[in-house]
Design a protein around this ligand. Structure first.
Ligand code: HEC
Ligand code: HEC
Ligand code: HEC
Ligand code: HEC
Length: 428
């Protein structure tokens, strides 16, 4: 069978080979063109974006188990110094969304498989759930999960404590004065995880702010790094450092979604356009909110005064957090941004024609590969990416046979492509 690759590359020869002799193929192309037209018809502009629904993880560390079980750990370290065959995935910051990382995974599939053959490791099959957990774990690892157990620099934290005027109201260990308006903070030593301290600071911020106002002080703003260092200083002397790292849970994005609703955050905040007005949209800001735990905690602290004022203006009771609620909210804000994927199905259609249609149809029956409109189980973006990984070996063989390169996906491509494929499956 001949393959038509509608590449706009440098080949000056006769443009796309159209195997006219193959009616199935022509029908397939027509179906594809029809599907592209359908998408275009649905959308006014050609660069229209649609939201893709990605399920929030319940436990961002679930992927750690998959990482071990599927042998990823045999070739990849996670921030450890030992040299392994593959890159250290704990040191790479994967920008972009869950689908971008799935795309990275796909791009590297042939090289990984080759190394797996060398080591006699069977390419692991990934269920959609496992793919979702793995990708959540890897995306979160560098900027989120490592920070959960990370404790900042207590020496720098002492400088922050002093420069932000905390000693005006709080005594630390060794203090001889007991007439400060705020409680002694040395009793927090080793007691709490950083995130729980951030929770206590949030809860007390209105009282602190009003005292500061009374003294003509400005409310101190903190960067994420300052917050981390400050919390490390307040905790310094924690003999159970190691234990705490092990036992502290990073919070659940799904539980956080419930807390977000229960605390009525959505009265003033929308998430990617859905929800209330008055505060900023919290679900469309991957740069800021896909940050470290302490960066998100610092944002909440910095805005606490304006939020308190807005609560008062609307006659709402101010919100405080207890137990693991702050941890859950922060996990939610982090993950909702990473899982909030917007895609351009039109562009996905172009990618499909270019990279996939040589072997696949959408509604035109089986070609070299299965009909992607009717193949079972391809009903969400992560499931499509998992299926692509699982079938990558056979796809690679077909590509090799015809001398075609591995179809790489650039950032955004996996989202656009899956959005396009899903549009074609609507109602199927
Ligand atoms: C047999 C060794 C091996 C195994 C097993 C393996 N990988 Fe890899 N992986 C590699 C190599 C080698 C690369 C670099 C590939 C390249 O340069 O194209 C890589 C690259 C990657 C990348 C891209 C990193 C980057 O630089 O952007 C990701 C993500 C990844 N692997 C994830 C995984 C996951 C998840 C698993 C388990 C399901 C896994 N790998 C299993 C060898 C392996
Ligand atoms: C103007 C005085 C003032 C300043 C400045 C101040 N605080 Fe406070 N802080 C208080 C008071 C008063 C309370 C107790 C509030 C209450 O009871 O609700 C408090 C409570 C706290 C608590 C909770 C303590 C507990 O045991 O419940 C923490 C933690 C805290 N502050 C940290 C800080 C840090 C860190 C800084 C510097 C960035 C700071 N505070 C600056 C007055 C201040
Ligand atoms: C009564 C309205 C209101 C409610 C309810 C509210 N907020 Fe806010 N929030 C605001 C406003 C207004 C701002 C911007 C404050 C400023 O400009 O400093 C803000 C800012 C923020 C920011 C910083 C965002 C940024 O752009 O940097 C975060 C994070 C945040 N809120 C989280 C929450 C969470 C979590 C809840 C629920 C516990 C909540 N908010 C409830 C009004 C509200
Ligand atoms: C060179 C031919 C070829 C190309 C190009 C190709 N595929 Fe495939 N694809 C196959 C074959 C063959 C299979 C079946 C593999 C198997 O049975 O393991 C397959 C299987 C699949 C499956 C799994 C279907 C199922 O039943 O679960 C998905 C999803 C898929 N391909 C998506 C894509 C996408 C998206 C592209 C474009 C980026 C693409 N393929 C490009 C040949 C190809």
């Amino acid at each position: 069978m001949r393959m038509a690759i509608s590449s706009t590359g440098s080949d000056p020869g006769p443009t796309p080979v159209r195997p006219r002799s193959d009616p199935g193929r022509t029908r397939a192309l027509l179906v594809i063109v029809g599907a592209v037209a359908l998408v275009s018809a649905l959308s006014a502009a050609s660069d229209v974006t649609v939201p893709l629904s990605i399920e929030l993880p319940d436990n961002p560390t679930a992927g750690a188990r998959v990482f071990v079980e599927k042998n990823c750990v045999r070739c990849h370290g996670l921030g450890a110094d030992e040299g392994r065959i593959g890159p250290d995935l704990g040191r790479i910051h994967f920008p972009g969304t869950v689908l971008d990382l799935a795309g990275v995974f796909w791009n590297h599939a042939p090289v990984m498989r080759e190394k797996m053959q060398d080591l006699k490791i069977v390419q692991p099959h990934l269920e959609p759930r496992e793919m979702a957990d793995l990708v959540a774990f890897l995306t979160a690892y560098r900027y989120y999960l490592t920070e959960v157990g990370h404790s900042g620099n207590p020496i720098a934290g002492r400088a922050v404590f002093e420069s932000k005027s905390c000693p005006q109201c709080h005594a630390m260990a060794g203090a001889t004065t007991f007439d400060k308006p705020g409680p002694r903070l040395d009793r927090y030593k080793g007691q709490y995880s950083a995130i729980l301290l951030a929770q206590v600071m949030w809860n007390h911020s209105p009282e602190m702010a009003s005292l500061m106002r009374g003294r003509g002080m400005t409310f101190p703003r903190l960067t994420g790094v300052e917050m981390a260092d400050l919390l490390a200083y307040l905790q310094a002397g924690n003999v159970n450092d190691k234990q705490e790292r092990v036992y502290f849970e990073p919070g659940s994005p799904r539980r956080g979604r419930d807390v977000f609703a229960a605390k009525r955050c959505s009265t003033c905040h929308s998430i990617a356009g859905v929800g209330g007005k008055g505060g900023p949209d919290l679900g469309a800001r991957p740069q800021e909110l896909v940050g470290s735990v302490s960066a998100i905690a610092a944002l909440m602290w910095n805005h606490s005064q304006a939020m308190t004022a807005e609560f008062a203006r609307r006659g709402l009771p101010r919100v405080t957090f207890s137990g693991g609620e702050m941890a859950d909210i922060i996990a939610y804000l982090y993950f909702v941004n990473y899982a909030n994927v917007r895609a351009k199905p039109d562009h996905g259609g172009v990618l499909f024609v270019d990279k996939c249609s040589p072997c696949h149809t959408l509604g035109g029956g089986k070609q070299v590969g299965p009909d992607l409109q009717t193949a079972a189980g391809l009903n969400d973006p992560v499931a499509i990416m998992a299926a692509m990984w699982n079938h990558s070996s056979a796809m690679e063989q077909e590509l090799r046979k015809h001398g075609f390169p591995w179809p790489r996906l650039e950032p955004g491509d996996a989202a656009d492509l899956t959005a396009f494929l899903l549009t074609s499956r609507v109602g199927k």
